[in-house]
Design a protein around this ligand. Structure first.
Ligand SMILES: NC(=O)c1ccc[n+]([C@@H]2O[C@H](COP(=O)([O-])OP(=O)(O)OC[C@H]3O[C@@H](n4cnc5c(N)ncnc54)[C@H](OP(=O)(O)O)[C@@H]3O)[C@@H](O)[C@H]2O)c1
Length: 260
């Protein structure tokens, strides 16, 4: 029987984690969301009965500590897998290149602050709030969902100059993952940064096709965006296989350093 906490579980990949993990009745599955009642209603509408949803905001250490105390009661004071999935993905700046911020300096600063607060500081708050429960498990896996958009090879070969604040914040996330891995290795805690691939979570089909075309400059055989179900199933294989020797690494849903 394995226990999973998914932080940022209201929609997209986080919600898919709840759905996929729920299909194994021996799992204890707990989602954290800023608005848990909406997620509970969605789960009820989708006929998913055994998932717990608690309030948890990545930017609020108090909400995360309260959630960890509740989780402890549900799981015999341990968490096998902590998956920090939630992220701030700005729709205001995703299309802007670095020079696109000329005349938009306030937007740049505000967007960077929100990106860092959620995607870097929020990740640290979340891991720190749950680390005691993770250490009490025999499995001890912490996974932070990142993005291949941080990788120089992909940026260079696909010529992706946009998505500045998001990609830069996630690159910092990857460094944070490595820091945790180094600190916690002697205690057997495995920490992984994991890219989910290009996944359909709400953009238009035209946008996914546009992105696929851009990414084919990096991966000529790229078939296009995958479903949340495909991505989560692939991610779970990587999470299951990752070892303490690999702790700190940044891998893709393919289990490699190829991102698509
Ligand atoms: N989809 C892709 O193609 C793709 C590619 C590369 C990486 N990723 C990464 O995969 C992860 C999931 O992406 P997605 O596409 O599923 O994103 P999404 O559909 O935009 O969902 C983002 C999730 O993050 C949550 N969130 C944001 N800020 C939060 C906060 N302060 N506290 C708690 N939860 C918060 C959102 O909750 P609310 O409903 O409360 O806003 C939502 O559940 C992210 O880390 C993203 O960077 C996705």
């Amino acid at each position: 029987m394995a226990s999973y906490v998914i932080a940022g579980a209201s929609r997209g990949l986080g919600y898919q984690y709840l759905q996929t993990l729920n299909s194994n009745p021996s799992n204890t599955v707990i989602g954290l969301a800023r608005n848990p009642s909406a997620v509970q209603s969605q789960l009820a509408a989708d006929g998913i009965p055994n998932v717990h949803v608690l309030a948890g905001d990545l930017t609020s250490p108090a909400s995360l500590s309260a959630a960890a105390a509740e989780v402890s009661k549900l799981t015999n004071s341990k968490v096998d897998y902590l998956i920090v999935n939630g992220a701030y993905v700005s729709d205001k700046t995703s299309g802007l290149t670095p020079t696109g911020f000329v005349g938009n300096e306030e937007l740049l600063k505000a967007d960077f602050e929100t990106s860092i607060n959620t995607n870097v500081v929020g990740v640290i708050y979340t891991i720190n709030a749950f680390l005691g429960l993770v250490k009490a498990s025999a499995i001890k896996k912490v996974v932070v969902i990142s993005t291949g958009m941080t990788e120089p090879d992909l940026i260079k070969e696909a010529e992706v100059a946009a998505s500045v604040t998001y990609s830069a914040s996630k690159a910092a996330t990857n460094v944070v993952v490595y820091k945790y891995a180094v600190e916690l290795k002697s205690e057997g805690v495995i920490v992984l940064a994991l890219s989910p691939g290009l996944v359909r979570t709400g953009l238009s089909e035209e946008m996914y096709e546009y992105l696929a075309e851009v990414f084919r400059k990096y991966e000529p055989g790229f078939k296009g965006a995958i479903s949340t179900k495909e991505s989560v199933e692939a991610q779970l294989k990587v999470i299951g296989a990752v070892t303490i020797e690999q702790s700190g690494e940044f891998l893709s849903h393919l289990g490699t350093k190829r991102w698509l």
